[in-house]
Design a protein around this ligand. Structure first.
Ligand code: AMO
Length: 447
């Protein structure tokens, strides 16, 4: 019967003299002359195997990354990882790895450059610390869905082939679609609104989205997983902020509970789920004042360079302020000026002559990085058609949106969290690319 590495200690206690079997990858080999220690890796972790002789198969010496199956008796040993080891009686090689490994799987990945890690993706994904990222990511996605299902949200899967974009025309990938060109979806924005209007009222989607952004930065991917939410019958973005706090608190709670080992590997801590409720909501203008105040403190009061928009420096400074003043580096910035938000965003009338200058929108910043954008949307057909020219759009160019709003659509809104960005910030990674299994950037489309 196959035992997992993590169960070796139990086996050593319960099955002392019975032979058991473990299988996995050869992670490390230490030849001590008389005996050889082999560290075996399986989905549960690492286990120490002790061979009385040099482990050899019909093809010669055992090689790193070969897949083997070993049987023997488990015994307690304080010095072994996990407190037990397998004294091997026999083993067989199930798949022999070639000896010319181009990447050292068992190395400390903090000592490897990101490019090397990504260039050797097939092998770097075998590193336990790299795998930890994706175990945590799986928990995040599951907890996101669970928190929403509990509140009567229905999961949807919308098409990623679309006729036009929703988040701005310059960031679209086009693809051949029979005799015409279509685009890869930048967001399920339109479809999630359609499903609210269809009567489902509350929907969410977990799916990849595509952004043809040319810049290569630690915060941008050209394909990322969007955790999307849309909800009917809301009053303002504040309802959405409450919902997101609830979702994030559940995610943090689940990660703390399901991934203590993974968090430890990365020396990471999730915020206390109870503290999420204390995350402040700061209007956009006020947040820039805070950011400038924080910048002046570090640069000196007379510093001349001002922060004029929510750039990465402002995001970092506001989170530092929130950590100090509210005990959590999580902030919601709302009421963004209209020029920064897409055409579908609901106005917040504050300006003279009834012209909206700001919107019922928000971003969520976590540990110095924007992880979420959202807001209330237009639901009134006439107001929507009136606003389009301000974005240089003709209503004829938006037949879908016009039809959606023309035939009965409740007040609604939603948000989207970037899965890789949230993973990156939970674990303290150096780049969003580290949190993507097979990152797509300007030069990377393989593997
Ligand atoms: P937005 O375009 O701001 O909003 O994206 C939402 C969130 O997605 C993440 N994100 C990215 N992650 C990695 N690489 C990128 N290139 C990238 N671009 C964005 C960020 C960001 O906060 N339709 C709206 C959401 C809504 O209003 O419901 C939208 O997509 O974490």
């Amino acid at each position: 019967m196959r035992f997992l590495a993590k169960d070796l200690t139990t086996a050593a206690r319960d099955k002392k003299d019975t032979e058991i079997e473990v299988s996995g990858w050869v992670h490390r080999i230490r030849d001590m002359g008389g005996i050889t220690f082999v560290v075996l890796r399986d989905r549960s972790g690492l286990a120490q195997l002790v061979f009385d002789q040099k482990p050899e198969d019909s093809g010669g010496a055992l090689t790193l990354e070969s897949v083997i199956c070993a049987s023997g008796c488990a015994t307690l040993n304080e010095k072994a990882p996990g407190g037990a080891e397998l004294r091997v009686k026999s083993f067989k090689t199930l798949s022999k790895a070639a000896p010319d490994l181009p990447y050292q799987v068992n190395a400390d990945i903090l000592k490897m450059g990101l490019e090397t890690i990504l260039d050797n993706r097939l092998l770097s994904l075998r590193n336990p610390k790299v795998q930890a990222i994706f175990k945590v990511q799986a928990t995040i996605a599951a907890a996101f869905a669970e928190a929403l299902r509990k509140q009567d949200f229905t999961e949807i899967k919308s098409s990623k082939l679309v006729g036009s974009g929703t988040e701005g025309g310059t960031e679209l990938f086009t693809v051949e679609y029979f005799d015409r060109k279509v685009c890869l979806a930048q967001s399920p924005q339109f479809y999630k609104e359609v499903m609210v209007a269809s009567g489902l009222e509350r929907v969410f989607e977990i799916a990849p989205v595509y952004r043809a952004e040319k810049h290569d930065t630690p915060r941008h991917l050209n394909e990322y997983v969007s955790l999307d939410v849309e909800m009917g019958f809301i009053e303002s973005e504040k309802d959405l902020i409450e919902l997101e706090k609830n979702v994030l608190a559940h995610i943090f709670e689940e990660v703390a509970q399901k991934n203590p080992g993974e968090l430890e590997m990365w020396n990471a801590r999730v915020p206390d789920s109870g503290a999420v409720a204390n995350a402040p909501t700061v209007p956009y203008d006020e947040s820039l004042r805070i950011a400038n105040g924080e910048a002046a403190k570090t640069r000196g009061a007379g510093a001349s360079s001002r922060i004029f928009d929510m750039n990465p420096e402002a995001e970092r400074l506001i989170c530092e302020w929130a950590k100090r003043e509210h005990g959590i580096d999580l902030v919601f910035v709302n009421e963004f000026p209209r020029r920064y938000r897409p055409f579908y965003t609901y106005p917040l009338d504050k300006g003279e002559e009834g012209t909206a200058v700001s919107t019922m929108s928000f971003d969520c910043l976590f540990r110095g990085l924007e992880i979420t954008s959202g807001g209330r949307r237009h639901h009134d057909y006439n107001a929507f058609v009136e606003t389009l020219p301000r974005f240089g759009i003709k209503s004829e160019e938006m037949p879908g949106y016009c039809a959606l709003l023309k035939y009965g659509c409740p007040p609604h809104g939603g948000f989207a969290i970037g899965l890789e960005r949230l993973t990156e910030k939970i674990l303290g990674l150096s780049s969003v690319k580290e949190a993507s299994l097979f990152p797509r950037d300007r030069k990377r489309v393989e593997p």
